[in-house]
Design a protein around this ligand. Structure first.
Ligand code: FAD
Length: 337
């Protein structure tokens, strides 16, 4: 490994995506909160072949670290995690923190890097400084509590919810210094084949409305009514784990600790009991369950609930919504005439 300039002793290292201004802006905010008079240097890492150094300059880092490989370039995605995590672990000696965006790639890279550095990894969090210490906070227990983590081993490797951070009002003013770090790392020879496939447009982690079905539906046909209700509400289809385990729905529909975490305005769980493995990954402004059991745990989280058979109420609600929409469209046409 050859490093063309001396290392800095106190740095916050960020690995932004191209044009990712929010992550670097947050790095600067934390640097100043840690030491206003002499803030840690904000270093932005650009892996050769993944992000061009120029593309991350917009975030105004103090330094751009262009990480190159002795042979070839780095690969984006899963096939490149081994090489990039090894390089990032090398590049973050003396770092106060390593920040990545909370994307699929960012999360994979964060976990692999933390493992190599033997430090802690917290995903989808926000950071704050208290008594010169960085704390990572994130919702817990389905959004009903807020957990904060402090770190014994440095640097913490965290993925930040950049959508929640916003973008700075002012354009960048500084000219970052540039440094090149050439590493000699191999690819992951355990990965023989990488196949990419289209993620459905209604990616659950991004969906604002979700109607989900559970084991209480009794079989795959139950998802016809879930799709019908989702269609009427303009929602994505989700599921608890048992329907996904049974093959009634694709795995990418599964909500829960071993599935997707959701952050929706409206969540309508049908025939789902509300087990903690499911609810831990449910963040919803409004939760309206349909369940035959009035004592089902899911009602503890409800704003409003329907105690009844999903096969009866699901289609009835879908029908009522469709009729209301038709009436509203008719009224609009009359006004337009
Ligand atoms: C390590 C581990 C990881 C797990 N990860 C996940 C995960 O990621 N996601 C997840 O969801 N689970 C997960 N689980 C499983 C979890 O513990 C529960 O078993 C699961 O969430 C229960 O799914 P369910 O609510 O659909 O089914 P059930 O618990 O069987 O509940 C069915 C519900 O449907 C109601 N019902 C029955 N018939 C009707 C009807 N006709 N109309 C309306 N309501 C009806 C019943 O009253 C009941 O409340 C995990 C478990 C473990 C051990």
């Amino acid at each position: 490994m050859t490093d063309t300039t001396p290392t800095s002793t106190d740095r916050i290292v960020a690995v932004p995506d191209a044009e990712d201004v929010a992550l670097l802006n947050e790095a600067h905010r934390l640097a100043e909160a840690l030491d206003e008079a002499n803030p840690p240097t904000v270093v932005a890492v650009a892996f050769d072949g993944v992000v061009a150094p120029d593309a991350i300059a917009a975030g105004d880092p103090d330094e751009i670290l262009h990480v190159t490989r002795e042979a070839g370039t780095f690969a984006p995605g899963a096939a490149g995690i081994e090489a990039r995590s090894r390089a990032l672990a090398e590049a973050t000696t003396d770092a106060r923190a390593v920040l990545l965006p909370d994307t699929a790639d960012g999360t994979d890279l964060a976990a692999a890097t933390a493992r190599r550095r033997r430090s802690a990894c917290v995903t989808d969090c926000l950071l704050r400084v208290r008594d010169d210490e960085l704390l990572a906070g994130r919702p817990a227990y389905g959004g009903r509590a807020y957990a904060e983590f402090s770190f014994e081993r440095l640097p913490p490797v965290v993925t930040l919810n950049t959508e929640a951070l916003g973008t700075p009002d002012e354009p960048p003013t500084g000219v970052p210094s540039e440094r090149t770090l050439e590493v000699s790392v191999g690819d992951d020879d355990r990965i023989r084949h990488v196949e990419t496939f289209d993620v459905p447009e209604d990616d659950l982690s991004k969906a604002r409305r979700i109607v989900a079905g559970g084991f209480g539906l009794g079989g795959p046909d139950g998802f016809d009514l879930i799709e019908e209700l989702a269609d009427a509400v303009g929602a994505a289809v989700g599921a608890s784990r048992p329907p996904s385990d049974e093959g009634w729905v694709a795995y990418d529909r599964q909500i829960g600790v071993t599935g997707k975490e959701i952050d929706a305005q409206l969540y309508v769980p049908c025939a789902i009991s509300g087990d903690s493995y499911h609810m831990r990954s449910v963040n919803a402004d409004h939760l309206i369950p349909i369940n035959t059991d009035p004592n089902a745990r899911i009602f503890n989280f409800a704003d409003l609930g329907i105690v009844g058979d999903a096969y009866e109420y699901g289609p009835a609600i879908a029908d009522a919504i469709r009729r209301a929409k038709r009436d509203a469209d008719g009224a609009t046409e009359e006004v337009a005439e």
